[in-house]
Design a protein around this ligand. Sequence first.
Ligand SMILES: *Cc1c(COP(=O)(O)O)cnc(C)c1O
Length: 339
Amino acid sequence: MIDLRSDTVTKPDKALLKEVLEANLGDDEYGEDPTVNALQEKCSKLFGFEDGLFISSGLMGNQISLLIHNSPGTEVITSSDSHIKNYEHGAAAFLSRVQFREVDHIDGLLNFDSIEQIINKSKIHKPTIRTISIENTHLASGGSIIKYEDIKHLYTLTQSKGLSLHVDGARVLHSILQSKSPYDYGSISDSLTFCFSKALGAPIGSMLLGSKQFIKQAREYRKILGGGMRQVGVIASIANKALDQREAILQDHEKTRLVYESISDKYFCKEILYKGTNMIIFKFSNTKNSNEFIENLKSKNVLAGLIDDKSVRIVFHKDVHINDTKNIIDAINYSSSGE
Ligand SMILES: *Cc1c(COP(=O)(O)O)cnc(C)c1O
């Protein structure tokens, strides 16, 4: 089976696992795991932040950020289809007790004028807005890239209004590598989280980046959430090596492009979303067709994922071999005919 349900399905290969045997370990709750400390330092330097915290998941990074940037009853501006709002099991309601204010967007880029209007209208009856949260790449749009300059522009607004800008960068490496844009998110946002466990083969782990004060608080919240760990170098060593191999993401983009361009009938479903990164989303007008599409692909040994009842996605990652692309193309063209 060629598993394209998500880029989280990658497994660490022998070379990655070998890192564990070499890793220096210590108790991270005492701040004494040298491998974790080195990874946190490396990532904060790379992305231009003061400090970093190794955490168990992207969800934890997003939710800790809301706990710090907001207080109960305040608002977070985001897109209606964002991960932080829709795909985190209601964690924001449960933990930071914030509510989301949706703003229109194009490919994840929130409409600047709409945001300004909302902020300026915020008066007696409206909750206080504390944070703007953006997603790069933007999942629901098909993995679209938000330009560095656009985030910078947004940051000038959040700074002038005293708001925080959080970047859910689960796939920010995809965005940076594909658009050849700067890593320096420390200059254009207040907090950034990204995943080692997507596409690169690391089994576990995300990084949360921010100011020294932010990370100090984040460490406390991580503990409260049960995310304090001990000899974490075991997983941080793999994450570190995976990060060093991040250029491989560009090959994933190449495989995705090859497949997208070889789809013979682009009108077999309502819409196909492809934004030049590592995923293709097929939109159907009804549930039956999306389920049939998945079943047909499966009969040709390709696993696709259901995002919602009318959207099917295929996501490329390091465990999809370039030679698999022919199979994938054949499977899609087989499954899309006769609909
Ligand atoms: C995967 C993902 C997350 C959450 O990451 P987990 O490590 O699965 O908790 C957050 N945001 C986006 C856009 C994602 O794709």
